[in-house]
Design a protein around this ligand. Structure first.
Ligand code: GUN
Ligand code: ZN
Length: 429
């Protein structure tokens, strides 16, 4: 088994920060070290301690950079990597004019495989080591997604979208074929290597009631799978959904009545929610996912992070590529900070960095494996250089505290701040 030792400044969260000065929620070691054995963190401490324990382990010295758990992106569309920066539309027109044509190409297994390689290259270049992804409707796209994740030993969650109406013919399955394809994909990929399956009815507009029933059956039959869908992103979407499901009490009721909610349900966007919907999300411990760059780019609205959190709800945060405009979870934090400013809410840097690491891991129920640098965790690690560009180096000249450094990364950081990314202990750059 290979052993290696990483040296650097170590920051690791153990709990949700209570406020900007909560020093109990993290540990920080100025000259720290992580011992990695067979892809797992097997020791953590000062460099002096850990190197004495394992004097023969080869050392990679990342000082003065910061070692943190790899970033986690809880909502991203794998077949939209060539959709970013498509001009001029809001959600429904953007889907039909740009997104669906791009997703049609994933019927071709060769295209899907080539794009999977480029997708993972982008993620690791940006410091993201786990993502929850929508694949296209084609089982081939999910095959490519999981196979490439396995080849790279990455912890990935995803599923083929189920969609049987209101989309081009080449993107429509049927209730039965979506059930059969999803079942077969779960059998092959769920729990294999570091993969997890997410049952993925795209959203109510592109599913008939019969298909959502099938999705509910899949959830009952596979309770360890995730469920991901979209909820209340845009006013036109909500009105159209209501017209398609006239008997539903509200948008969430469509998913609720099919048994799709629960702790493993990820509800992308969740912006324009009714009181009843918020109550149900809280009661079922479902997880809304904030996608700030997408919400601003598509003009969708301002997520009520503070309001939902005050109700005891755990929110994820995500890029939503390709409605989102950056793979970088740092840029996601930057735009998220601004969205919350417009709501008169705050995202302080401790909470921000907890959120894209341990916080998203908690939302996924995976905090024992990813999202922290605890002994026993998988060695998914990001190495951050807060002074990687001339502008950030200039700003860093006046930075005195860890929180200030984190805030520079949170607002000005992007892939240039990622000095290295490790997946299960293996350097990706
Ligand atoms: N709602 C349904 N599909 C999508 C999608 O691909 N992106 C976004 N942002 N919202 C959606
Ligand atoms: Zn989405």
């Amino acid at each position: 088994m290979t052993t290696s030792l990483l040296r650097g400044r170590i920051l690791d969260f153990s709990g949700d920060p209570k406020g900007p000065d909560d020093t109990d929620c993290y540990s920080y070691i100025d000259d720290g070290a992580l011992l990695i054995t067979g892809g797992i963190i097997t020791a953590r401490g000062t460099f002096a301690e850990v190197s004495a324990q394992s004097p023969d382990a080869p050392v990679t010295d990342h000082r003065p950079h910061l070692l943190m758990a790899g970033f986690i992106d809880t909502h991203v569309h794998f077949p939209q990597i060539q959709v970013l920066a498509s001009w001029g539309e809001q959600l429904l027109d953007w889907l039909s004019d740009y997104t669906f044509p791009a997703e049609l190409k994933y019927a071709d297994a060769q295209h899907a495989r080539a794009m999977a390689r480029r997708f993972y290259d982008q993620l690791t270049d940006h410091g993201t080591t786990t993502a929850v992804a929508y694949c296209s409707v084609h089982a081939t796209s999910a095959e490519a997604f999981f196979a490439e994740a396995e080849a790279r030993n990455m912890c990935m969650i995803g599923g083929k979208v189920m969609m049987d109406r209101n989309a081009p013919e080449g993107l429509c399955d049927t209730p039965q074929s979506s059930y059969d394809d999803t079942k077969a994909l779960i059998e092959t990929w769920h729990g294999r290597a570091r993969g997890h399956y997410a049952i993925t009815p795209r959203f109510a507009i592109t599913s008939t009631p019969e298909q959502l029933e099938m999705a509910g059956a899949l959830m009952r039959e596979n309770p360890t799978c995730y469920m991901q869908t979209h909820l209340s992103e845009n006013h036109d979407e909500i009105a159209y959904t209501a017209s398609l499901y006239p008997d539903a009490r509200d948008y969430l009721d469509i998913y609720e009545s099919n048994g799709l909610l629960g702790p493993k349900a990820l509800l992308g966007h969740s912006i324009h929610l009714e009181e009843r919907e918020i109550d149900v999300i809280a009661a079922t411990n479902s997880k809304p996912v904030f996608c700030p760059t997408s919400n601003l780019f598509l003009g969708s609205g301002l997520f009520d992070e503070g309001g939902l959190r005050a109700r005891g709800i755990t929110n994820g945060i995500a890029s939503d590529i390709g409605g989102g405009t950056s793979y970088s979870m740092l840029q996601t934090l930057n735009e998220g900070y601004k969205v919350l400013q417009l709501r008169r809410q705050q995202m302080h840097p401790l909470r921000a960095f907890h959120w894209i690491t341990r916080g998203n891991a908690v939302a996924l129920g995976l905090e024992d494996k990813i999202g922290t640098l605890a002994v026993g965790s998988d060695a998914d690690i990001v190495v951050l250089n807060a002074g990687a560009t001339s502008a950030t180096a200039l700003r860093m000249e006046t930075v005195e505290t860890l929180s200030e450094e984190l805030f520079v990364l949170q607002i000005m950081g992007d892939d240039r701040a990622i000095a290295q990314t490790y997946v299960a202990g293996v350097a990706q750059k």
